[in-house]
Design a protein. Structure first.
Length: 300
């Protein structure tokens, strides 16, 4: 049997296992979500959230069964715990990023909750899972739309605050891809990005999180992902064709001057925050350049 056919069969099997794993954990997850709706008591809801997170973490653990064969090179995961809340950010290259982040952080920090586009709530089954787990769904308005509808200004911050208010009873890891979209050479060129390996960062998302729950956060966890053998797709991962993943993790303190201030209303703060994020991105771009040198593509 040819190698390509074996890879395809593995991809089909992995996808079936992923679907079965998802459907299996949907049942207890939805039942717990219903109980949480019917029993709006803080101690009960805290317990139910813990059980729901356990379901989600079990789903991640089982996914590891079909993610075999990857050679991981991970540094910096020590020093975090499940008792504190964190703001996590990373460069974004592929849908594989999410599986990689979930796999490495599972059980080490509170369950990861991603900011999602509002349209993703309609994804069959998994959209309801995200909703039940209280993932924050964001509806971003363009500058042109806000110019015509100024009354909509501040809705992003209000949505973020409402989502973060639900996180106060349980430790949480709030995740945001600063680039807002996956890196491609076409997007990089279209943006005229000043970074070699990154798109321009969008600082508004994490600024809103700091505004809403800055005092609750133990710090920022900055992740750099590198795929030495090229940016993979989900199908590459399912077929076992992602041979290596490199991950670097570091803790970043939240500057005290960024707490308790309004990103939307304080122009001086917004400018200072942009500069700070830009420095983070310059450091990440340099780190990615070093990783490209240290981990060249394997010879084919």
């Amino acid at each position: 049997m040819s190698r390509s056919l074996l890879a395809t069969l593995r991809g089909v099997l992995a996808s079936v296992l992923l679907a079965a794993n998802t459907l299996f954990w949907c049942v207890p997850l939805f039942l717990l979500a219903l109980l949480k709706f019917l029993l709006p008591l803080t101690p009960v809801q805290r317990l139910l959230r813990t059980l729901m997170h356990w379901c989600a973490e079990s789903w991640i653990s089982i996914n590891a069964l079909w993610m075999q064969g990857i050679r991981w090179d991970v540094r910096g995961l020590d020093g975090f715990d499940r008792e504190h809340s964190y703001l996590i950010t990373s460069n974004h290259q592929s849908w594989v990023d999410i599986f990689a982040l979930q796999h490495q952080f599972n059980g080490r920090i509170p369950f990861l909750k991603f900011f999602l586009k509002q349209e993703l709530i309609w994804v069959p089954v998994i959209g309801l899972c995200w909703w039940a787990l209280e993932f924050p769904f964001m509806k971003r308005h363009s500058k042109e739309y806000l110019a015509k509808h100024p009354e909509k200004r501040g809705q992003d911050l209000a949505t973020t605050r409402a989502a973060c208010a639900r996180f106060r009873t349980n430790p949480v890891s709030v995740f945001n891809f600063l680039e807002g979209t996956r890196f491609t050479p076409e997007k990089h060129q279209r943006q005229a990005s000043p970074f070699r390996h990154l798109l321009k960062p969008k600082s508004g998302g994490i600024a809103f999180v700091l505004d809403a729950m800055g005092e609750q956060l133990a710090g920022i966890v900055d992740v750099t992902l590198h795929y030495p053998d090229g940016r993979p797709t989900y199908w590459d991962l399912a077929c076992g064709q992602v041979p290596r993943i490199v991950m670097r993790v570091r803790a970043v303190d939240i500057p005290g001057e960024f707490l308790g201030r309004s990103y939307e209303e304080d122009i001086a703060y917004r400018q200072a925050f942009h500069q700070w994020v830009n420095q983070l991105w310059l450091a990440k771009d340099a780190e990615l350049a070093a990783l490209h040198e240290a981990f060249p593509p394997a010879a084919r």
